[in-house]
Design a protein around this ligand. Structure first.
Ligand SMILES: CSCCC(=O)C(=O)COP(=O)(O)O
Ligand SMILES: [Mg+2]
Length: 231
């Protein structure tokens, strides 16, 4: 059976949900979260990393400002993603929002799982954030469909080495893994590592279709119903 490795934002779920709901929520909650939890070792570890990487920022207010700037720039920094995940937990658990999934994606993930395909996730969102996202999916908990979770602690999504590490962890030949993403550079890296690839080019996220050379030779689909994982 084929292993399916999927991205989240722009692939299973809309970019707008992440940019217009999750990011602003984290941006607003960040100062209060750092004031309340900044002394906890798990939080302090990431705050100190941000401080050290930015010339030794000495006040939490400066770290918060740096992190808010990164949210505005959509930086996929591991420390920011870890802290965002901790903040989003409260919002999910208190019903502030549910994670958006395109119906075709939720349906295909259920069908592929039932058919025996192994499903894994690779997203810039931290692993705890990914698990929350799937557990609080709009149409019901999807977390039980996923066997393995990967984030940027394994490496950047545009680096072939990350996909080699993922394939090693999965313990299957690279050619048996199908990677789904909306970002061509991520698919290029996965293909360099020997994975099969499909580009998600959803009209809701990318109003102008990416055709021909913009697809870099990756198979292009507009939703999950057109994907056949094979055997
Ligand atoms: C799953 S957590 C919310 C998504 C997120 O923070 C993010 O950066 C998503 O990036 P992706 O790699 O899934 O495109
Ligand atoms: Mg994406």
């Amino acid at each position: 059976m084929k292993h399916i490795l999927t991205d989240i934002e722009g692939t299973t779920s809309s970019i707008s949900f992440v940019k217009d709901v999750l990011f602003p929520y984290a941006r607003r909650a960040l100062p209060g979260f750092v004031a309340e939890h900044g002394h906890e070792p798990e939080v302090r570890h990431w705050l100190d990393q941000v401080a050290a990487e930015n010339g030794g920022l000495c006040q939490d207010a400066m770290i918060v400002e740096t992190l808010q700037g990164w949210i505005d720039q959509d930086r996929k920094h591991t420390a920011l993603k870890a802290l965002q995940g901790m903040i989003w937990r409260w919002g999910y658990e208190h019903g502030e929002y549910r994670a958006h999934f395109y119906p075709d994606a939720a349906e295909a993930l259920r069908r592929w799982h039932a058919a025996g395909h192994v499903i894994s996730v690779y997203s810039s969102g931290s692993v705890p954030a990914q698990k929350l996202f799937f557990a609080h999916a709009e149409g019901g908990d999807l977390s039980g469909l996923v066997s393995h979770w990967f984030d940027t602690e394994i490496g950047g999504k545009r680096e072939a080495g990350s996909y080699r590490c993922i394939v090693d962890t999965l313990g299957v030949p690279a050619g048996q893994v199908l990677f789904l993403s909306d970002v061509v550079e991520e698919l290029d890296a996965a293909r360099d590592a020997g994975l099969d690839t499909v580009l998600l080019d959803r009209r809701q996220d990318y109003p102008r279709p990416r055709l021909d050379e913009a697809c870099h030779g990756h198979r292009r689909v507009e939703d999950f119903s057109a994907i056949r994982p094979g055997t």
